[in-house]
Design a protein around this ligand. Sequence first.
Ligand code: FES
Length: 118
Amino acid sequence: MHDEKTQRAIEAGFAKMGLEKARRHAFLCTGPECCAREEGLASWEALKAACKATGAEALRSKADCLRICAGGPWLVVYPEGTWYGEATPERVERIVREHVVGGVSVAEWAAKTRPLCG
Ligand code: FES
């Protein structure tokens, strides 16, 4: 399907993201509709820092919009499908520690839980 060079680059990408050992995937919207871009980017930096500090076995993706567009920044964590609004840097740190690493959703901040299981 792909030439050899492209296939090697694809495999390197999977290895770099840590797909093989990932247990969760966190998507964070960085605005600009649900929050100011600066707020969203601050939460993104907090997400990266918390994942590194805790050694979280998780993928993380920055999104431009998760289609809620109010009350952000929005953070959704899979496979549980837990949606967190107002994901400030302080909240992100706790969500990473308790949910992304610990496996227990932070119920008081969860606006919605909807796992996707096919
Ligand atoms: S801009 Fe964040 S959900 Fe749409």
